[in-house]
Ligand binder design. Sequence first.
Ligand code: NAI
Ligand code: MG
Length: 326
Amino acid sequence: MTHEIAVIPGDGIGQEVVPATLEVLEALDLDLEFVHADAGDAVAEETGEALPQETYDLAASADATLFGAAGETAADVILPLRNAVDSFVNIRPAKAYPGIDAVRPETDLVFLRENTEGVYSGIEDRLTEDVATLTRVVTQSASRELAEFACEYVEGTGRDGFAIAHKANVMRETDGLFRDTVAAVAEENGVETDEVLIDAFATRVCLDPTQFDVIVCPNLAGDVLSDLAAGLVGGLGLLPSANVGSDRGLFEPVHGTAPDIAGDGVANPAATIVSAAMMLEFLGYEEEADAVHDAVETVLEEGPRTPDLGGDASTDDVTAAVVDRL
Ligand code: NAI
Ligand code: MG
């Protein structure tokens, strides 16, 4: 069966790391059909729309989407695209690679972040010049969907359980509902859980990341804590992510357009290549996904490396080395 992949490089280094990733995917010779589409600052300047309707429709109908990054228009692009694929969970692995200079080389975490509501529900008001408000929405249904996914995830990856990160001691109704729902679903499924307050998590994960494995958390907490974990493992050029829905997914590096290096041909393609490996796994190509992971890991360890990791190789050099390893 042919899988249709929407390819949206976007702006800045998205135009470098996405083509690099396509070279890796093409080397695998799978039954994938790539359909290219525009989004981001450049298309907004040309047409007035950061996310053209045809790009949205393509993401909504393709089996999976590979996205690079958008610049100033990022929120106008990525939030609707996550909705287009009906994504209720953002999977963000933060893993230190052998040989890479990391603050905490022992880090190996996976954040399962609620992806539709919480503080990012978008319900904000400016009541007076002095006062602005935000309505935080938490639903049992979204918490349950995330928890069911988390249970399948830990079972599928052979783990014992997960930690629920929350702040229900203060936000009793919203995080209380989140915590209680997630814990109940875990119990129904016989999955062990721990609880950790998100502020305490921030300290504990820096001191000893091996205390944690899979972390299930509300939207904003997952955004912030996974970026903190990126700092522990050696930077943004390494962190992949997957936005997964019931039957579609959108796969993207955690980083942005990196205007400081865009156009220089030295962006680290690893984050996007590993995001594509997550896409392969999602589509059922598990062996190929493992092969891509292994190839990236070997190249990161042995080189060549891009300047963000202390090397002097180009994006093309690293990509060629990954293809070679495959
Ligand atoms: P950024 O992630 O683009 O860059 C932060 C730093 O990390 C820069 O020094 C950059 O050179 C470095 N970096 C990032 N990815 C790298 C890679 N693959 N290889 C080597 N170095 C890398 O974040 P920043 O500078 O805060 O944002 C730049 C633009 O990107 C903004 O316009 C922002 O709105 C947008 N952005 C878009 C995102 C998205 O589309 N999902 C996510 C984050 C930011
Ligand atoms: Mg973020």
